[in-house]
Design a protein around this ligand. Structure first.
Ligand SMILES: [Zn+2]
Ligand SMILES: [Zn+2]
Length: 156
């Protein structure tokens, strides 16, 4: 590598660590790079109904952190509300992302980026939980105030 080709220390994009992800069948592949804005578990009824799982482990990223590297035209989208555009692989049905336009963030499900060092910081929508998780992390009734919620905490 020549000196000129080395990443500049100030260039976040070049230095950011990238993590590979894919759907269940690998028709859709992607990377996320840098650091997520937030990580945690969502206990809301919508996540539960769509995913058919009791809890959604989320990682929220700025849209530019996500690069689709294969199968972009194989991604289906459904939005029940303008708040959440849920995306999956049209071949295997595996879930991939949920775009949240109002927040300017995209949820890349922790389960589809297995090498990413996922570390939950909070539980959200805990008032709707069907699976109490006593891990000592904060339990938000809905979501933080800065994300349009009550900001209230509830008992674990
Ligand atoms: Zn797939
Ligand atoms: Zn949810």
């Amino acid at each position: 590598m020549t000196a000129a080709a080395k990443p500049r220390p100030t260039d976040h994009t070049l230095n950011a660590k990238a993590y590979e992800g894919s759907c269940f069948c690998s028709a859709v592949q992607f990377t996320v790079s840098g650091e997520p804005a937030a990580m945690g578990y969502c206990h809301c009824e919508s996540c539960r109904s769509w995913s058919a799982g009791p809890v959604n482990a989320f990682t929220l990223w700025k849209p530019e952190a996500l690069q689709i590297t294969r199968g972009a035209d194989n991604i289906g989208t459904y939005n029940k509300t303008p708040r959440s555009y849920r995306k999956w692989c049209k071949t295997c049905g595996g879930h991939l992302f949920t775009e949240h336009p109002e927040w300017g963030l995209i949820d890349v499900y922790a389960a589809v980026i297995p090498d990413f060092p996922y570390q939950a910081g909070v539980h959200v929508h805990y008032q709707e939980t069907k699976l109490r998780i006593k891990d000592g992390l904060p339990k938000m009734k809905d979501v933080p105030k800065e994300m349009g919620g009550s900001g209230a905490s509830v008992a674990e």
